[in-house]
Design a protein around this ligand. Structure first.
Ligand code: CA
Length: 226
């Protein structure tokens, strides 16, 4: 199900949007300020964010800026309170995907949401196909291809890549991998993680010696960039 995070401090407005989105079949969570928004981005991992600009404490601009600086590219539609050109330009410069000026019709917002989701096929919640470096992956069929044909990857390797994709831009420690991908009942060493990464880099990276997608964060672990 496609997940939408609505960030809006006016409760009536937020609730109204939630009802409308849920009616359209989206799964919705609400955040009422910028700090909560960033928490929900991490916990709810939305496919799209409807982000009000005027929020208490942290503005919508701040939220957008912080997410993009962490390489989080979740699509954002900004709700600007005023029709001022400066707001729209600032929002788009900070990396928002679209904006809509209050007051707006819900139908207009819904069509913008659909348009933005269409432009981001990896995040529409349906497409399991994902391009990572040289590889085209299908996370439903568990198949991988590059220009030379099918590439054999193990189930564990798909799990690692999926975890990377779901946490792109974040620093992931080796312990986090061991916990989330292997689980507590197994006891591989952090060396195991490194061995898997070496193999995955060979499959993905144009130049595995200078990786551009699976980056080593010295002393901690890895960071994935699409
Ligand atoms: Ca507001």
């Amino acid at each position: 199900m496609t997940r939408i995070l609505v960030v809006e401090d006016e409760f009536e407005m937020a609730k109204g949007l939630q009802d409308n989105f849920e009616f359209e079949g989206y799964e919705v969570e609400l955040a009422k300020n910028g700090t909560e928004a960033l928490e929900k981005v991490a916990s709810f991992t939305p496919h799209l964010i409807v982000l009000d600009v005027m929020l208490p404490h942290k503005s919508g601009y701040d939220v957008c800026r912080e997410m993009r600086s962490k390489n989080n590219n979740t699509p954002i539609i900004m709700l600007t309170a005023r029709g001022e050109e400066i707001d729209k330009i600032l929002g788009l410069e900070l990396g928002a995907d679209d904006y809509i000026t209050k007051p707006f019709s819900v139908r207009e917002l819904l069509s913008r949401v659909k348009a933005v989701l269409r432009r981001t096929p990896d995040s529409d919640g349906r497409s399991p196909i994902c391009q990572i470096g040289k590889l085209t992956l299908d996370f439903d069929q568990l198949t991988a291809h590059d220009v030379n044909g099918e590439v054999e990857l193990s189930h564990k390797e798909f799990e690692i890549l999926k975890y990377f994709v779901e946490h792109q831009g974040e620093i992931i420690s080796r312990d986090q991998f061991l916990d989330k991908v292997w689980g507590y009942e197994h006891y591989p060493t952090s060396r195991t993680v490194d061995n898997y990464i070496v193999k995955l880099r060979k499959a993905i990276e144009e130049n595995p010696v200078h990786p551009r997608h699976i980056i080593t964060v010295y002393g901690i672990g890895y960071k994935f960039i699409r």
